[in-house]
Structure formats: structure tokens, C-alpha cells
Design a protein around this ligand. Sequence first.
Ligand code: GTP
Ligand code: MG
Length: 341
Amino acid sequence: MAIPKDEAEEKEVKKPAKKVSKKKDDEPKLMDLPGVGPGAIAKLEAAGIFDLMGLAVLTPPALSEMAGMGEAAARKAIQAARKMMNLGFQDGLEYVEKRKEIGRITTGSKNLDNLLGGRGIETKAITEAFGAFGSGKTQLALSLAVGVQLPEEQGGCNGKAVYIDTEGTFRPERIRQFAEGIGANPDKVLKNILVARAFNSDHQMLLLDKVSELIKDGEPIKIIIVDSLTAHFRAEFAGRGQLADRQQRLNRYLHQLQKLAEQHNLAVYVTNQVMSDPAQLFGDPTKAIGGNIVGHACTFRMYIRRGKKDSRVVKLIDSPNLPDGETVIMIDTDGLKDVAV
Ligand code: GTP
Ligand code: MG
């Protein structure tokens, strides 16, 4: 099963009029701003600014320098961006109302759901799991792809999953086992998971556009899984001199994921590798790939490591509203299980 690849493109070729009407519903873009042309946009993108939010928070001199435009024009563009985005305050109660829209997806383990605030991972947020090979990041991804399909009262979002597989480790057999574990029909569950293999980082980025198309076509996608977020970027930009370029691309990718999560009220789960940090003299020298860029973009970060007797210790790091803590789970044939802590 794969994301229908060229369907959207074909449609656009046949009916060019549709593209125009589609664009109207979209949010305003950089090119909608006065005085911001293709040349300026290219420069801004090179500097890591891809959308109105990025531009709206700049100062006129900064924008002027980045985009090679006059300061007066820069001021005008910034004002226009702020107006279009309706940048301002909302009161605490309005904020509470917004938070009510957030959906949750069970991981299959009560312990882990509790660690994440009681009901699993949240929509409108990026949740990252990092850890060594075999720590269980992919198993958790598979479990979430099943969990998202459950009705709300059973811990899901009644939706479908998109699974972007960069490593070729998606296993339908495991999905079947997890589905049977919760008494669901394995074929139906598999049908609700749209899997695409990403062959390189460009392809991985392109697939997010495809996800947008799927959502526009009415697919009720409630989770995007990227397993792994960083592997291609890490392999392709391996040299020291390429680090800045890699980080910029990763930043852009995460930005796009965040936008999808926010706009469509869906969850994003990404996995990440670790490396050993030679600068760390005491404690665990394991560090997630991607540095601050990934750290800041992900709302919830989990560090998974092997524990006693084949268990897995999951540690929550840097959550905005939850205490840091850890719990223990077990990977079983039919799903993730709790271990008494
Ligand atoms: P990398 O992708 O290599 O970085 O690792 P990962 O963190 O994604 O590891 P993954 O989630 O693939 O976990 C693999 C581990 O899950 C195995 O070593 C097993 O311990 C466990 N596992 C996988 N399949 C089964 C199964 O069918 N039954 C049981 N009991 N355990 C399983
Ligand atoms: Mg894996």
C-alpha cells in the first residue's frame, strides 16, 4: 500500500483551473506580501525563513539585509505579514478553549500514556522518541499507527495514519499482531495506514506535500509518523562543512510537520537516532541527533533505553506542562505492555 503517487499531479494537469481555486483557501504566503518578489523569497528561504510567521517576527533592518530590499519596503512587508497573521494576544480562557480541540492517541501502554499526561501523545504537537537501535522506537510507531484508529473513548482519534518509512522497517505482520492484540480486524487496520518509503531526504520532504494533498482530498489523517526523522539527513550531509546545510533542511522539514500538525489537528511522531557525545564526562553520554533544532521543534521528547529483563525504560524530557519522569514498558508480540514500576 502506498500513497497514491501521481494522482494529484495528474488532476492538476487535466484541470488547471482547480489549482487556482485551491490556492484561494490556502493561508497567505510570503509571495502575497507587498514588495516581496521571487528573488527576495529565494534569499529568505536560504536564510531559513519560509512563511509569514518567520518574516513577521523580523525587524526591518534584518529583513532588509536578508532579502536585499530597502528598509522602508521591509517595514511595509513586516506590517502586512503581521496584519495577515492576526498576530496578537488571546486571553487564557480562549487558550483553554483551543486546547480542548487537542486529541490524544494511546501508545498501548497505560504506563507510557500516563508519562505523556494520561492519554498518550497529543495532536498539534510533535513527539519524538530517540534511543539506540533496538530500543523500541519503531515498535512504538507501529503501535501508534494502530492506536490512532480507535474511537476517542478507547484512546484514539478515529483516524488514519501516514507512515513515512525511511529505513524499510515498516512491518505489516507486526501491525496485524498489534491489531489482534486489541481485538481489531487486521485487514481493516492495515487499510487505514498509508505507507510510503522515502528514499532520500528530498523524497522525504516531497512526501509531506503528498500528505497535504491526501488531507485536502478528505483522508482523515490523524497521525504522521516519520521513522526515522534524521537518518537520511545524517547520511547525506555527513561532512563537517555540511552541518549548517543539514540543520537548515531539518529545520525546514520540522517546520512543515509543525504546520501540518497545527492546521489539521493531527499528531506527529518522529524517531531519532543517538550518538555518543565525547564532551560528556559524567552520566549518560548518549545524545539525540539534530541538536537544538530538533530539540526545540519537538514538544515532547522521549528517550528510550533497554532496561532489566528485556524491558524498556522511557524517560520524558523537556515537556512544556509535564514533570520529567520515567516509566518502564515491555515490547510484547501483541503490543506494548506495562511493567510494574
Ligand atoms: P532502530 O530502528 O534500529 O534504531 O531501532 P528501534 O528503536 O526502531 O527498534 P525497534 O522498535 O525495531 O525494536 C526492536 C526490538 O523490539 C527487538 O529487539 C525486540 O526486542 C522487540 N520486538 C520486535 N518484534 C517483536 C515481537 O514480535 N515480539 C516481541 N516480544 N518483541 C519484539
Ligand atoms: Mg526503527
